[in-house]
Design a binder for this molecule. Structure first.
Ligand code: NI
Ligand code: MN
Length: 235
């Protein structure tokens, strides 16, 4: 399946750059410097029109404040993370919650459920970061991309399918902190995307789930497993 003018670049772990058909850059869970899988040429990445954060863990928002300062792009996240970033000098934030949609022209960004935690590590210790979420991004060309964030599989992924018909699903498969391939394969059954792109694996030793295991479990499924290398684009 083609993204019909959109380009999705994986930066390793859970970080993606989504270039929309209209030329906007949506950066999902930016963790660049410090991310062992992020190619060095992206460390200085400086294009963003919107920055989306699924939750407050460092491996998802590690580069968010820097990228927001560099680009002036609004950070879209749950209310608690937006409020926290406000205390860190990031003033352009959109604090929202699950079920909400924000629209920018023909782009729609909907926050959806995730089954995970969201504490923010600070110098003063761990602080409350609201609840973890996923996002469904609907592009100008009508394609919808579901970023599950960090999550276990949950039955209401069937609601996400019914409501948003995701064409592409970005699913964590590493296990330990999230789904492993077994749960992710079940998630694909609930979501029925045309394409699934595995993420959140191999970064740390504990994240042992492999794309090959997911492929094996989905043999015969109508969903294509698209495995990207860090820095590689899906179009
Ligand atoms: Ni997490
Ligand atoms: Mn994570």
């Amino acid at each position: 399946m083609s993204l019909d003018g959109a380009e999705l670049t994986w930066l390793g772990h859970a970080s993606f750059i989504l270039k929309t058909p209209g030329g906007k850059y949506i950066v999902l869970d930016p963790w660049l410097e410090g991310n062992p899988k992020c190619p060095k040429e992206f460390f200085g990445w400086n294009k963003a029109d919107f920055i989306l954060l699924t939750h407050g863990h460092f491996d998802h928002m590690g580069s968010a404040a820097h990228l927001a300062q560099l680009t002036g792009a609004p950070v879209i996240s749950n209310f608690e993370i937006a409020t926290y970033l406000g205390t860190q000098g990031i003033t352009k934030t959109v604090g929202m919650n699950k079920g909400g949609t924000v629209e920018f022209g023909d782009i729609k960004i909907t926050m959806v459920y995730a089954d995970h935690s969201s504490g923010i590590t600070t110098n003063a210790g761990l602080i409350y970061g609201g609840e973890a979420s996923g996002f469904v991004v609907t592009l100008e060309n009508g394609l919808s991309i579901y970023d599950a964030g960090d999550t276990n599989v949950f039955g209401d992924m069937a609601l996400i399918k019914n409501l948003y018909r995701p064409d592409v699903a970005l699913l964590p498969i590493g296990g330990h902190f999230t789904m492993s391939p077994k749960e992710a394969a079940y998630a694909v059954g609930l979501l029925e995307p045309k394409v699934v792109i595995p993420m959140h694996y191999g970064t740390f030793e504990a994240l042992t789930g492999s794309p090959d295991a997911l492929k094996d479990l989905l043999a015969g499924s109508p969903t294509t497993v698209a495995v990207l290398d860090p820095g590689q684009q899906y179009r």
